[in-house]
Ligand binder design. Structure first.
Ligand code: AMP
Length: 215
């Protein structure tokens, strides 16, 4: 399947994407994960993105389209992909449309995961992420067995730099201003499925039902 997962930071896009990859071999592509790896490795890309990321601002559309133009042409995309955290602005959505048209590809659906702001704030301040494999934990609802150590790979599990209260508040404002309008964009394209849900399983069920209905 070829899907875009839309939703505010903390809506559960990454968790839903990881569950969907197990269903049919589609690959999760998270621009946030790609950028965090570049920052950790100290590459040119990482240096360009670091300050904006730390403040909870968006990195430039050009930088993101440079990454995605390459990434979507890689072999592992042949079985489908779940775009997590991309596109995030109308210019990115327009550039993606052109890119896919030039590759002769079409998305199946755009899923907008709609979660109340108070749930999101609570999730983001309690979320912890593995710096090695990207596994996501929560200090309240899904803690690691050993504090600070990933159950899956043993890597360090930490609070992300952009998950301080100040950066979270900025990320949610940026989301409302720049990314929320994408729901209208994809609605017009006839591709939007909005799911109001607080559990990842409910989101997966809604996606499956829609894909089955279209098959
Ligand atoms: P995420 O893990 O998706 O929340 O992304 C973390 C940060 O990476 C964001 O707050 C942005 O600074 C940057 N980022 C990730 N994806 C994009 C994108 N599509 N456009 C612009 N900035 C992005």
């Amino acid at each position: 399947m070829k899907l875009i997962l839309l939703g505010a930071p903390g809506a559960g896009k990454g968790t839903v994407a990881k569950l969907l990859t197990k269903m049919d071999g589609s690959v999760q592509i998270s621009t946030g994960d790609i950028l965090r790896a570049a920052v950790a490795a100290g590459t040119e890309l990482g240096k360009k993105a670091e300050a904006a990321m730390k403040a909870g601002d968006l990195v430039s559309d050009d930088l993101i389209m440079g990454i995605m133009g390459e990434r979507l042409k890689e072999d592992d995309c042949k079985n489908g992909y779940l775009l997590d955290g991309f596109p995030r602005t109308i210019p990115q959505a327009e550039a993606l449309k052109e890119l896919l048209a030039s590759m002769g590809e079409k998305l199946d659906m755009v899923v907008n995961i709609d979660v109340p702001r108070d749930v999101i704030l609570d999730r983001l301040t309690t979320r912890r992420t593995c710096t090695d494999c990207g596994a996501i934990y929560n200090v309240k609802s899904n803690p690691t067995k050993v504090e600070g150590k990933c159950d899956a790979c043993g890597g360090a599990v930490v609070q992300r730099d952009d998950e301080t209260e100040e950066a979270i508040s900025n990320r949610l404002d940026v989301y409302n201003e720049k990314t929320a309008p994408l729901a209208g964009f994809y609605e017009k394209e006839g591709m939007l499925l909005t799911v109001t849900a607080t559990s990842s399983d409910a989101v997966i069920d809604a996606i499956k039902a829609k894909l089955d209905a279209a098959a």
